[in-house]
Design a protein around this ligand. Sequence first.
Ligand code: HBI
Ligand code: FE
Length: 289
Amino acid sequence: NSSAPVDTAGKSDTPLRGDYSAMAADYTVPQGWEKITAEEHARWRTLYDRQSALLPRYAAPEFLRSLERLDARDGVPHFDRASELLHQATGWALVAVPGLLPNDVFFRHLAAKRFPVTNWLRDADEMDYLVEPDVFHDFFGHVPLLMHPVFADYLQAYGAKGAEAAAHGGLERLARLYWYMVEFGLINTGSGLRAYGAGMLSSRGETQYCIESPEPNRVGFDLERVMRTRYRIDDYQETYFVLDSFDQLFQATAQDFLPLYAKLEGLPDLPANQVQAGDRLFTAGRRAA
Ligand code: HBI
Ligand code: FE
């Protein structure tokens, strides 16, 4: 399979796994659901059951409720069927893609309320970690919150910022916002912090680590702070940001980002493992410098 010319915000430039040879201009491909083997459906159930067991204790209640409505336990979901449910709930649809997309293509899909879902499943020896997002990360991790109206509206507004960011040097800021608040976000509930990020909830280790470990910093969400903070793609996060509500994230994204990009130009990036003066601290990590 040819490696696509994909700029994924600094992700590894090794050839990508998916088959990009038969894709449409917008990088979509047929899901190929009928070609999924019984062994792959069984692997999906193993991943699904393993993660579901952790959700009551660690996941945001909205995530748990939405996942149940998707009824996706029996095997790799059929994207068109899930899209019907999704469309009724928030007007979104799923599109099958071979894997990571160039930023501009990815943002264009989000702006049009289309969520790109990878159409292949990890191998049996990658149950705990894989470099690129597969269908389990994308569907189990991302799709439940697309059923939540406020979060779905946030993601559409986020995608709409993409073209403008590309034209004003804001792509890396936007990638950080996605990374910290879509992939690795925590939310403060009446009964403590809960995970809602796709990167955490599709990973057995990080689902527990992000709530239980004394290692990472847990800092109250602040848009500028997030846009200035570097991240790593190859290990558990050193800082997690905490929302008071999904509406907080939607409101933050409703504002004009251009003055922000200009202001942040003159400020240094922040390392992921340090607490900053002015941080609203939930927990200071053991390694906080
Ligand atoms: N492509 N398929 C896919 N899924 C993603 O989550 C994704 C992507 N391309 C780029 C990307 N994420 C990030 O760089 C975003 O911040 C843009
Ligand atoms: Fe993701």
